[in-house]
Design a protein around this ligand. Structure first.
Ligand code: PLP
Length: 374
């Protein structure tokens, strides 16, 4: 049996019990609201954990053709296909696998309507021109957004072609009242369409697994909305399902000093935790302590000057060879791994409820080499 102490870093350790704790909240939300929940594979596609997730959720949603195929093959249930832009070949690939195909624009709907109309329930992404997203980069309602059709471009004839709308306008939204304001805005702006639709997806980004989140209030608001318009509501959670389940475990390789001390670890944000870099959101380290006196930058093992996980402090000086656990490293990480600098790719392990550790993947030099040529 694998022992944590013997595993080589870097690696992701996904904790099944923590995952189940989130999924139990998802189940509660489904029961109160009547909404169906489809896992957003863009956030988390580590399919060897899906046996744990499947009993709780209704299927998957996707952002590109390979995610559709993965959801269909490894998760089952309902398979929703969305893409910012489908080519003809993409549509041919997803058509036989998808229960719902959601288009991003009127021109995409027109281009593929005849080809798809008898294969799946069709939907259109709408841009509600209102959002709750902390950063402009992740704000679907930002100026000049290409994500979804604005209300001014719609008329009721669209209902001859689509049975559903998809809105996605939240990012890590922990505030139920802010979500309800957006829901009211959608209700006020689109009621003439909602009355005739069969289904409506409200996207992802609702942080209903955050400690203390009022799940019941959210559930009742969704139920009232679904009842009012007599439609099936879907949510597309990603981060809410995987949050606080996964550590990225690294080893301190060196400690250097240039006015501040930097502990260099055997991983890099640019390669293994890209959102730390993109969104400038520092990581948290399990071993750190707010009142520790020993300050360090936790620096990446890449050549990019600004590539660091965070700046934090510890009660004891760090030692070369010591392991650190970078918390909450499950969402938008494993789906974005890359081979920059030829760094060792983190292994992926799954710590099951009974304590045993399952190997989901380990990588080697051949994996690096073969992505760049055969
Ligand atoms: C259309 C759509 N649905 C669902 C999600 C999942 O969001 P989250 O992981 O924040 O729940 C996203 C995230 O970008 C998205 O764009």
């Amino acid at each position: 049996m694998l022992q944590k102490e013997n595993l080589n870093t870097p690696y992701f350790m996904i904790n099944e019990q923590a995952l189940i704790n989130n999924l139990e909240k998802a189940k509660q939300l489904k029961e109160i609201s009547g909404a169906k929940l489809v896992l957003a594979l863009k956030c988390f596609s580590t399919w060897k954990t899906f046996e744990t997730i499947k009993p709780y959720l209704d299927g998957t949603t996707s952002s590109g053709p390979y995610e559709v195929k993965l959801g269909y093959e490894t998760f089952g249930g309902e398979t929703h296909a969305y893409s910012v832009g489908y080519s003809h070949a993409d549509i041919e690939a997803v058509k036989p696998l998808s229960d719902k195909i959601i288009f991003n624009s009127l021109s995409q709907l027109d281009a593929h309507y005849d080809n798809c109309k008898d294969s799946a329930s069709l939907g259109l992404r709408i841009n509600p021109e209102m959002s709750v997203a902390g950063q402009d980069l992740a704000d679907p309602a930002r100026a000049y957004s290409r994500l979804g059709v604005k209300q001014a471009l719609l008329d009721l004839t669209i209902l001859d072609k689509v049975e559903g709308f998809m809105f996605h306008m939240n990012c890590e939204n922990k505030d139920v009242d802010a979500f309800i304001s957006v829901l009211n805005h959608i209700s006020n702006t689109f009621s003439q369409y909602l009355n005739k639709l069969k289904w409506l997806s409200l996207g992802g980004g609702i942080f209903f697994t955050y400690p203390g989140y009022p799940i019941e209030k959210l559930g009742l608001a969704l139920k009232a909305f679904a009842d009012k318009y007599d439609l099936q509501v879907y949510l597309e959670p990603g981060e809410a399902i995987i949050t606080r389940t996964t550590d990225l475990v690294v080893t301190v390789i060196d400690i250097v000093e240039n006015d501040k001390k930097t502990a260099i670890v055997d991983s890099a944000t640019e390669a293994h935790r890209l959102d730390t870099l993109i969104y400038k959101e520092p990581a948290s380290i399990k071993e750190a302590s707010a009142d520790g006196e020993h300050h360090y930058i936790i620096g990446s093992c890449s050549c990019l000057a600004g590539d660091q996980f965070c700046e934090t402090q510890f009660k004891q000086p760090l030692q070369i060879g010591q392991k650190l656990h970078i918390l909450d490293s499950g969402g938008y990480t494993m789906v974005k791994l890359n081979w920059f600098n030829g760094l060792k790719m983190p292994s992926i392990y799954f710590e099951k409820v009974d304590g045993h550790i399952e190997v989901l993947n380990e990588f080697n030099y051949q994996d690096f080499k073969s992505t760049l040529g055969k």
